[in-house]
Ligand binder design. Structure first.
Ligand code: ADP
Length: 534
């Protein structure tokens, strides 16, 4: 079974990939940050015990030093008092003092006599050396060391609390005061620090918690920023793709609105250019194909039209020729009739010849792409005279005049073009003018301007309705004159004439009103004879 593929918009895809990558990176960074904070806190926790102990040691030392300083001061301040009194009051005072973590002072003599022991004044009642407790003895050894040197000593040992029998870890500091033969010490219990250590540890934990919370806050803040940024980025790219898509669609539809924009993504620009050149190539090919198709259709149409229009047109004069030439064989034909029949045969043959010439010309023009022009420079009055000479007899027969309008003062009457084709154009227009004019005159002439020579063939004939002015130049088109008279013709003359004018680089048009005659105008652009290469 074919697996169904889910399609996803590029915008969604971009957002998802960006968010996934960014979240992974951020999670890694945040994890690393939290890990560093936890290790730091653990390190600090380990140090808490050490620093607390060090702090307590400092305090114990300070207490002993303070007592020594006080003794020295009292000795000076109370020098009139007996020394035993001062000593006693100091010992009493020290025995009464208690400080943090079960702390109290003790005073011994170097011979082991205890003066203050377990926070009590014990003069002469006990000797440390008599004690069985090995810690007490070890302590005394250190006391002697401290007494003998000028510096104090610390000692960590197990010692029972006042009023208890359980030995517990204790730290003491002791220093000798040799003037009075005293060793003064202060100590307290390490167990009691653990509350302090716990407090500091929980402070550290609290700190870590709030730091993690803050890191979480930063993570959330950056996550929101990232999502917004991903949206913004994806929208930007999406818009670019949409614009590109619209442009490509317009290009495909050959719309004039297709304008290429400058896309942010470089590859989009390259893609748009490649697509555009592809489309223009395709359009060019399509245009060429359409042109070829049009030509093929025209040629096919021409053939169909030939069969439809011409077969009838050809048959009429041919029937006349065959019919009237048979009649010529009749023996008792009077000369007048005979002349009339011959005229009809002649006229029909002329018509047939004209028609065949026109059809042959059109077919030749269809099949060959370029017809070569034979350029020459010649005088226009001579050309007009040739036209007049050709049509004078016909006009004479119809009782109309053919006049050529020339400006005798104008010296600009030379033209460079294909004379034969120009004559063909004039002949075709004049022959139409004669055909459609029954009384009056036909004027032919030209006017020179700086750009072109404007020719005209003006008649006083039946005229052409306005709506037919364009159509008469189409192939096989004839104005319906059936109400007035049936004019001979195929409707190809003006089409050929227009082709010839265009071939010479000009334009042709007509001005006419029914009953008021017609004027056909056409232009031939002025040009110089090309240089003939040796
Ligand atoms: P044809 O003359 O063989 O019918 P043309 O192409 O020469 O074909 O002319 C097309 C049509 O234009 C003619 O049938 C006629 O109706 C109209 N026409 C052309 N010349 C004139 C003119 N001088 N006066 C009136 N009608 C004209």
């Amino acid at each position: 079974m074919a697996r169904k593929t889910k399609d996803m918009s590029i915008r969604r895809m971009l957002i998802i990939s960006f968010v996934v990558i960014a979240f992974t990176l951020m999670s890694l960074l945040t994890g690393l940050w939290i890990y560093t904070e936890i290790t730091r806190t653990n390190r600090e926790k380990d140090m808490v015990i050490e620093t607390t102990l060090a702090k307590q040691k400092d305090k114990l030392k300070e207490r002993v030093e303070n007592v020594l300083a006080l003794i020295r001061t009292m000795r000076i301040e109370c020098d009139e008092q007996p020394v035993e009194l001062i000593q006693e009051s100091i010992l009493q005072w020290l025995a009464s003092l208690r400080f943090e973590y079960g702390g109290y002072y003790f005073v011994n003599k170097p011979d082991g006599t205890a003066l203050v022991f377990d926070g009590e004044r014990v003069d002469g009642q006990m000797n440390i050396l008599d004690m069985k407790d090995p810690n007490g003895k070890r302590l005394f050894d250190i006391e002697i060391e401290a007494y003998l040197s000028d510096n104090g000593r610390f000692m960590t040992y197990l010692f029972k609390r006042i009023n208890t029998d359980n030995p517990e870890p204790k730290i003491s500091y002791m220093k000798g005061f040799r003037d009075w033969n005293w060793i003064i010490g202060a100590g307290n219990y390490v167990e009691d620090y653990s509350a302090e250590i716990d407090r500091m540890n929980s402070e550290l934990r609290q700190n870590l918690r709030s730091k993690i919370l803050r890191i979480g806050g930063v993570f959330i803040f950056f996550s929101i920023l990232l999502v917004l940024f991903a949206h913004f980025g994806a929208n930007l790219i999406n818009n670019q793709i949409r614009k590109l898509n619209k442009y490509l669609k317009l290009l495909l539809n050959n719309s004039e609105e297709a304008t290429k924009e400058n896309y942010l993504v470089k590859e989009f620009n390259t893609f748009a250019d490649t697509f555009s050149s592809l489309i223009s190539g395709k359009n060019q090919a399509e245009m060429e194909l359409a042109e070829a198709l049009k030509k093929a259709e025209q040629s096919a149409n021409l053939k169909t039209a030939f069969v439809n229009n011409i077969s009838h047109e050809v048959r009429t004069p041919l029937n006349a020729i065959v019919g009237f030439s048979n009649l010529l064989f009749e023996n008792d034909l009077d000369p007048e009739k005979k002349k009339q029949y011959i005229e009809i045969i002649n006229e029909s043959a002329d018509h047939l010849l004209n028609m065949l010439n026109e059809i042959l010309y059109i077919s030749k023009h269809e099949s060959s792409d370029g017809i070569l022009l034979t350029l020459s420079e010649f005088a226009l009055p001579d050309l007009l005279m040739d036209v007049r000479n050709l049509f004078d007899p016909q006009c004479l027969l119809k009782g109309i005049n053919i006049i050529s309008i020339e400006n005798p003062e104008s010296t600009e009457n030379m033209l460079v073009t294909d004379r034969g084709k120009l004559l063909q154009i004039m002949n075709s227009l004049v022959s139409n003018a004669i055909k459609f004019t029954h009384t009056g005159r036909i004027k032919i002439g030209f006017e020179m301007s700086s750009q072109a020579c404007l020719f005209f063939v003006d008649d006083s004939g039946i005229g052409i309705p306005e709506e037919e002015h364009e159509k008469i130049f189409d192939r096989f088109y004839q104005v319906d004159h059936s109400l007035q008279k049936n004019y001979r013709g195929v409707g190809l003359g003006l089409n050929i004439t227009r082709k010839l004018v265009e071939m010479l680089g000009g334009k042709i048009w007509v001005k006419s009103k029914p009953g008021e005659g017609s004027t056909f105008y056409f232009t031939i652009p002025l040009k110089d004879l090309p240089d003939i290469e040796n």
